[in-house]
Design a protein around this ligand. Sequence first.
Ligand SMILES: NC(=O)C1=CN([C@@H]2O[C@H](COP(=O)(O)OP(=O)(O)OC[C@H]3O[C@@H](n4cnc5c(N)ncnc54)[C@H](OP(=O)(O)O)[C@@H]3O)[C@@H](O)[C@H]2O)C=CC1
Ligand SMILES: O=C(O)C1=N[C@H](C(=O)O)C[C@H](O)C1
Length: 248
Amino acid sequence: MARIGIIGSGGRMGRAIADVLAASDEHACAGGVDRDTVLTDLAGHADALADFSAPDALVANLAAAREARTPILIGTTGLTGEHHAAIEEAAAVIPVIQTGNTSLGVTLLAHLVGEAAARLGPDWDVEILEMHHRMKVDAPSGTALLLGEAAARGRGVELGDKRESGRDGHTGRRGEGAIGFAALRGGTVAGEHSVIFAGEQERLVLSHCAESRAIFARGAVRGTAWLIGKPPGRYTMEDVLGLPSLRA
Ligand SMILES: NC(=O)C1=CN([C@@H]2O[C@H](COP(=O)(O)OP(=O)(O)OC[C@H]3O[C@@H](n4cnc5c(N)ncnc54)[C@H](OP(=O)(O)O)[C@@H]3O)[C@@H](O)[C@H]2O)C=CC1
Ligand SMILES: O=C(O)C1=N[C@H](C(=O)O)C[C@H](O)C1
């Protein structure tokens, strides 16, 4: 039985993961931590860690996981380039998954988006629309960025060179080949994403709707448990689900 430690255990996702573990015959909860509680003990006795906390906790979380040689799945979003560099460093020592969305549906959606972007070509404008609950603090969502990366990869471009978000005021016309992002916030929406391919007089829209956080929690438990016993390295939800890799 895999014993999973939850970082951010008192939060919305932490509680959803605890519910999945409580109902599981295969996995158990090794305990949880939040801000100002001690992570090193948990890292030492859990078989693997699931981190759904906050970006400012990431460096300390990775350090504790490295120190204890405990695999870690990072679901926290709003990460910077420095965070991604720290994840790469940790992955030299322990197995790591970092993903903006642990659900099966979004993992598959990213493949469809990459395929559509590759086949439709640059004449089709790509816009990504997301909506989340009023408590979400980062935008665009990690999932929107993951889908943008998939579209960019399908087109053979870097998302960083093509990203357009937060349009407001006299923005000028759409950049050539831009991948646009728009974020809506309100109510209790668990997560909705649409990738719109807008061509000449036609649009293709690929969408995912999360009806509850349980879908993320189930994927998080599956992905975290999957890491146990793997060699150090950076893994993806595609690896967990046995899908072809989206990595370049
Ligand atoms: N990858 C995926 O599939 C998904 C990712 N997410 C992401 O997961 C993260 C958490 O989301 P959600 O549960 O809704 O957020 P919440 O704000 O509900 O929960 C965050 C939790 O993390 C804790 N926390 C904050 N800072 C630290 C810290 N420095 N050290 C340890 N714990 C800390 C908080 O504790 P305290 O209250 O004491 O501050 C809180 O318990 C977000 O980044 C979100 O975008 C969410 C859903 C799915
Ligand atoms: O904060 C959330 O709630 C969610 N965050 C993730 C994201 O940023 O994409 C995943 C999911 O959409 C819910």
